[in-house]
Design a protein around this ligand. Structure first.
Ligand code: HDE
Length: 706
């Protein structure tokens, strides 16, 4: 929403209104930070026109000093990210399980800020690397901020937070030469993985397509840990949080991600920003898996072990509300960079469990903000400020923005009227869940955390054939990047515990002797909910289609396709040799959206070759245009061709395809839909249904050059 419009919009939520107090626009004459107007900001104060600069130049000193201090330390993990505001609204009251206010009233909207991120790369690294994605949500509830700091993968690399520095050191660039950037494909990571079998389940997910999301709007989110709901009677229930994207969970392919990293390193960031600017607001449904405390030991894994999921077939995910992201931040640094998520930020009705990963996180996030944001007052930064009233005796410190009045800053006091006081009012009061704890102090992993393989096998068994192929190729790619043979061997030996046949295939692709024997038979169980083949595939909303055009293009077919796709929420962009317009076969003009060489097929979900004899002939002679189609084919994207555009496809070095001839109607083969008459509703529907399925996985792409 444009700024001016937003300021007058009555629907602005409370967080937006609160932020309004801090927004500032550039206006008026240029001044120093102390409000003194300056006459010149291009020339420093010098002793003579060609003389030395004088120390007295307060404007120069202030300007340069401020600039010198513009950077803050980037996040030690999740440095690269993008954020947006929105709201959360529950479907019905959850008061049976939790007294959380923001889950109690279906008419209540709670403002949120969400930050999506990659983990390993530095702040300026590319978006489309193979990595877990962070999915952190700050709910500005009436009873304080609740931060649900999750990932797009439901399990984690390690079981105990004390291993986190080791894991992060291993995955980050190697310390001697700071190579490679934002890549897990290097010796150190796989050395750690091979020696630390608890990473196995998570590594299966990271090698799957989950680590290559098409969009932040098309990935799931998970709280990962088992949390606790606590109701007004103090009764606790275990919960796992799930976010499900309305647009389905879809991924890119590996070759594509690597190319996008060069063509558009901001791919996911841009996608999120543009969708919100256009009014295509990303939507996610929040669901919970609810486990009564009496079932704490009913599973063959430990609920406190963050390397495990609760299969959805065992405990279904109950949808409890939806989140809509509808506003981009005004300033990246002020909001997205300075937002401070802390797992310790919980509200009445929600509590922790003894998951040792979660317990360590509760320490780490607060600690990291102190160094990152320069002291203990970071909750006063506008994006972090709660909407709930804040009142306590915490005082002073770097960047204190409050002007506390009065003479008392201690509790109890009588001189300050006893304020702030502890109230008897139970509304919005946080009470710790009264869990009985009894044990010896001991540094030991529970035996119930020792099975590192059953769920890795479950995940493998649950994948569709194409997902397995992608995962095996990913293991091979990453391990082939490891120079040390012993590292590759150890990883293969470990994977043999997951599935023998898989380990043999991976070994064969990385120059390692395949394991001879199966360690234990694959248990054969699967969980369909884990496969992306079973995600929502009923919409093409916000998908981007590249339409290649040259002078002589058939305008009628283009317009009809464009309108049909727009009606379903997708966008068709016209790419031509230059910006401006192309001449259509009927003598008109067609606006060009982008010069073909500034984009690439990897930045689109599908490619269309339109009709028009002259236009098609020009495309057939244009190497760049031809490459769009070949590459889209390689990446399993739907392709459509109309009229003479079909002849362009026919001449490309693609596997044998059935294409529409003169007398044929619509012909679809391997996701390539062709029709001699493009202006046809059924043709559009066929193309749209291919696009809704995201990719055409049963296509033969191995021999296609790209
Ligand atoms: Fe984090 N993690 N983490 N993490 N994490 C951080 O906090 C940490 C873990 C996650 O957009 C840091 O503010 C430890 C699991 C997200 O600002 C730091 C452990 C999950 C974000 C930190 C974990 C996450 C972070 C770095 C193991 C998914 C980005 C900067 C005990 C459930 C939040 C910061 C944002 C960020 C520590 C494990 C998700 C250092 C010690 C498990 C989404 O505090």
């Amino acid at each position: 929403m444009p700024d001016a419009q937003r300021k007058t919009d009555p629907a602005r939520d409370e967080k937006d209104q609160q932020l309004e107090r801090y927004r500032t626009d550039s206006s008026g004459p240029l001044t120093t930070e102390t409000g003194v107007r300056v006459e010149d900001t291009d020339n420093s104060l010098k002793a003579g026109e060609r003389g030395p600069t004088i120390l007295e130049d307060f404007h120069l000193r202030e300007k340069i000093t401020h600039f010198d201090h513009e950077r803050i330390p980037e996040r030690v993990v999740h440095a690269r990210g993008s954020g947006a505001y929105g709201y959360f609204q529950p479907y019905e009251s959850m008061s049976r399980y939790t007294c959380a206010d923001f889950l109690s009233d279906p008419s209540q909207r709670t403002p949120v800020f969400v930050r999506f991120s990659t983990v390993a790369g530095f702040r300026g690294s590319a978006d489309t690397v193979r990595d877990v994605r962070g999915f952190a949500t700050k709910f500005y509830t009436r009873h304080g901020n609740f931060d649900l700091v999750g990932n797009n993968i439901p399990v984690f690399f390690i079981q105990d937070g004390i291993k986190f520095p080791d894991f992060v050191h291993a995955v980050k660039p190697e310390p001697h030469n700071e190579i490679p950037q934002a890549q897990s494909a290097h010796d150190n990571l796989w050395d750690f993985v091979g020696l630390q079998p608890e990473t196995t389940h998570m590594m299966m997910w990271v090698m799957s397509d989950r680590a290559l999301p098409r969009s932040y709007r098309m990935m799931q989110g998970f709280g990962v840990h088992t949390f606790r709901f606590v109701n007004a009677d103090g009764v606790g229930t275990f919960v796992k949080f799930h976010w499900k994207p309305k647009l389905g969970t879809h991924s890119l392919v590996w070759d594509e991600t690597q190319k996008i990293a060069g063509k558009d390193p901001d791919y996911n960031r841009r996608d999120l920003w543009e969708a919100i600017e256009k009014g295509d607001y990303p939507e996610f449904e929040l669901g919970v898996q609810i486990v009564p405390e009496s079932d704490e030991f009913a599973f063959d894994f430990d609920l406190l072990d963050a390397t495990k999921i609760i299969p959805e077939e065992r405990v279904p995910v109950t949808p409890i509300g939806k989140m809509v992201l509808n506003r981009n931040p005004d300033n990246f640094f002020a909001e997205t960079e300075q937002v401070a998520f802390c797992t310790g930020n919980i509200v009445p009705g929600i509590d922790f469990t003894n998951d040792p990963l979660l317990q360590a996180r509760n320490f780490s996030y607060l600690d990291t903000q102190l160094i990152r944001l320069g002291g203990p007052n970071f909750q006063q930064i506008p994006v972090n400020r709660p909407l709930a009233e804040v009142s306590n005796n915490q005082r002073d410190g770097y960047n204190q923005r409050r002007v506390h009045r009065g003479r008392t800053n201690y509790f109890p006091n009588s001189l300050g009227g006893g304020c702030p006081y502890i109230s008897d009012d139970t509304e919005g009061l946080f009470r710790h869940y009264q869990e009985r704890v009894d044990g010896h102090k001991i540094r030991k992993r529970s035996d119930s955390f020792q099975d590192h393989y059953s769920q890795a096998t479950l995940f493998y068994n649950s994948l569709a054939d194409w997902e397995r192929e992608h995962m095996i190729a990913a293991f091979q790619f990453e391990l082939n990047k490891c120079d040390e043979k012993s590292v590759r061997e150890r990883v293969v030996a470990n994977l043999n515990n997951v599935d023998h046949e898989m380990a043999v295939r991976i070994a064969k692709g990385i120059g390692v002797t395949p394991p001879e024997r199966e360690v234990k038979p694959n248990h054969g169980a699967s969980s369909p909910a884990l496969s992306q083949a079973n995600t929502a595939m009923d919409t093409i909303s916000t998908r981007k289609i590249a339409l290649l055009a040259a002078d002589g293009v058939d305008a009628k077919g283009v317009t009809a396709l464009r309108e049909a796709m727009a009606a379903k929420g997708a966008t068709v962009e016209v790419l031509a040799p230059t910006e401006g317009t192309v001449t259509t076969s009927d003598g008109g003009t067609l606006e060009v959206d982008h010069a073909i060489n500034t984009m690439a097929s990897v930045l689109y979900d599908a490619v269309v070759v339109p009709g028009g004899v002259e236009g098609a002939a020009a495309l057939a002679a244009d190497g760049l245009a031809k490459f769009y189609v070949i590459e889209a084919f390689k990446h399993a994207k739907p392709i459509a061709a109309m009229g003479a555009g079909v002849d362009v496809i026919a001449r490309l070095p693609l596997p044998e395809l059935r294409l529409a001839g003169g007398g044929d109607g619509i012909v679809t083969d391997q996701g390539v839909v062709t029709h001699r008459n493009g202006d046809d509703r059924e043709f559009h529907e066929t193309f749209a249904s291919l696009l809704a399925r995201h990719r055409v996985w049963d296509r033969d792409v191995a021999s296609v050059p790209a």
